[in-house]
Design a protein around this ligand. Structure first.
Ligand SMILES: *Cc1c(COP(=O)(O)O)cnc(C)c1O
Length: 242
């Protein structure tokens, strides 16, 4: 199997090509390396190859790796998995970003539990683009009220939206579903949301695109892509409860 630095290099080249094809600057697309189920040594390899943003789905596993990699102080940690309410404190304390907020109760707890000295937690709302097929994510119809509530929380900064669409083979089909997330973000911008100081939230982030739909996502305006398999290799089946 190719080494992590080579795979990371290939993904970065794909990202750059996709951005250029879309007439976008590659710097407008951030790469989150999704490291769930990988040992700390794999993250350290990616770090040595220049990667700084890592996405984790399972809290205890993530905390263990954060402890192991403590000396790599400039890692930016992204929580991208489902969130149970008894896990919010550790997430609020140990992560820089959370992509997977789909309930106001979870957002409220993260805001209350965010340590004052860490600055606001950067958050995205996870949207369910597939209706019945998927359980996680807020329905598009409920997004405006959730966004209004989250934008107003004092220790969160509402950055944008995240989605994990059901897999589609064809690039045009991938683009069609991802376009709905782009559309949803522009509709949120039109709502004139306000934070607790009366300022508009940034709403500058579309977290979409994984190994299989990276190009489609960048064509539809992704500003953060989350790539696991194509950086670290295939995950063992049974370990992945996505
Ligand atoms: C696992 C995971 C990814 C990465 O998926 P790959 O297909 O391995 O690139 C991205 N986002 C989320 C939320 C995930 O759980």
């Amino acid at each position: 199997m190719p080494k992590i630095d080579e795979m990371l290099h290939d993904v970065t080249a794909r990202l750059k090509r996709a951005a250029e094809t879309a007439g976008r600057s590659p710097e407008t697309v951030a790469l989150v390396a999704v490291s769930k189920t990988r040992p700390a040594s794999a993250l350290a390899d990616a770090y040595r190859a220049g990667q700084r943003r890592f996405g984790e789905n399972y809290l205890q596993e993530a905390l263990d790796k954060q402890a192991a990699l403590r000396e790599l102080a400039d890692i930016e940690w992204h929580f991208i998995g489902p969130i149970q309410s008894n896990k919010t404190r550790a997430i609020a304390e140990q992560f820089d970003w959370v992509h997977s907020i789909d309930r106001e109760k979870i957002a409220r707890r993260l805001s209350e539990q965010r340590p004052a000295d860490r600055g606001p937690l950067q958050v995205c709302l996870q949207v369910n683009l597939d209706g019945e097929i998927s359980k996680s994510g807020v329905a598009l119809g409920d997004l405006p009220s959730l966004a209004r509530a989250v934008a107003a929380l004092p220790h969160l900064t509402l950055r944008g939206l995240m989605a994990i669409p059901a897999p589609r083979e064809n690039v045009n089909d991938q683009r069609a579903v991802l376009a709905r997330l782009r559309q949803a973000l522009s509709e949120l911008k039109a709502l004139k949301l306000a934070d607790d100081q009366g300022q508009p939230p940034p709403l500058d982030t579309l977290s979409m695109g994984m190994s299989a739909d990276l190009e489609a996502a960048i064509a539809e305006g992704a500003t953060m892509v989350r790539v696991g398999t194509d950086i670290f290799g295939a995950r063992e089946t049974g370990q992945d409860t996505l």
